[in-house]
Design a protein around this ligand. Structure first.
Ligand SMILES: CC(C)(COP(=O)(O)OP(=O)(O)OC[C@H]1O[C@@H](n2cnc3c(N)ncnc32)[C@H](O)[C@@H]1OP(=O)(O)O)[C@@H](O)C(=O)NCCC(=O)NCCS
Length: 199
């Protein structure tokens, strides 16, 4: 893979294709679909920054956030749409891109009608490929509210290591919660790719 500096210039949101999914730019026309994701049972249980009562205004805010992080060159949040041209069923992406430290954090959520079909595994793998191969990050992080076993299982499946627990780090849903800190390093990612490709 080499150590060349990344050439991604944030001029436009790239569309990523997987076997079953298209990851594309989020726009204002996704507002209603994104709201449906939040409203689906269980989605908000462990999300840190989203309101517990989703509203159209909050959906507009989150789309504005997606546009802002891209404009600031600090992240991309993609809409996840089933092929060939489905509506948004979830989102995923990276944020807090620290160019100097070659580090990002990832996040994701999926409408609960689509859980446990390997969809987010597929989406996250393509985000990781983007981060490690195009952005040339060295480290990808993920913070998971303690008890979110689905998210932890997904991260372990795609190669992350549980590095520690941040005790009582966030106030959300009316209480204080600890966070599981996960990390994946470029050499670990590359070693897995080599194994999976039989090289
Ligand atoms: C976390 C989330 C995105 C997982 O999406 P998904 O498409 O259902 O995940 P996948 O089907 O790709 O599953 C990945 C792995 O996690 C496991 N997993 C998924 N949901 C699980 C659950 N509820 N309990 C235990 N394991 C679970 C799967 O079994 C799979 O492992 P396997 O292949 O060995 O069986 C989804 O549950 C979600 O949107 N949750 C609410 C939002 C959220 O928590 N976001 C992350 C914040 S850090």
């Amino acid at each position: 893979m080499g150590t060349a500096l990344n050439s991604f210039d944030f001029s436009e949101v790239p569309t990523l294709e997987t076997e079953r999914l298209t990851l594309r730019r989020i726009s204002d026309r996704d507002r209603a679909a994104w709201l449906e994701v939040w409203k689906s049972p269980g989605v908000l249980d462990y999300l840190i920054d989203l309101e517990s009562v989703p509203s159209p205004a909050a959906a507009a805010d989150i789309i504005a956030w997606a546009e802002r992080i891209f404009a600031e060159k600090s992240g991309i949040r993609w809409a996840i749409a089933p092929k060939p041209e489905g509506d948004l069923i979830g989102t995923c992406g990276f944020h807090l891109y620290e160019r100097r430290h070659r580090r990002v954090e990832i996040g994701y959520e999926l409408h609960s009608d689509y859980w446990r079909q390997g969809i987010m595994t597929e989406a996250v793998q393509s985000v990781l490929a983007f981060c490690f191969e195009r952005l040339r990050t060295h480290r990808v992080e993920a913070d998971v509210v303690e008890g979110n076993v689905a998210s932890a299982a997904l991260l372990k499946k795609v190669g992350f290591t549980l590095e520690g627990v941040w005790r009582e780090r966030v106030y959300t849903r009316g209480g204080v919660h600890s966070l599981w800190q996960f990390g994946l390093l470029a050499p670990e990612y590359q070693a897995r790719q080599s194994t999976q490709n039989g090289r």
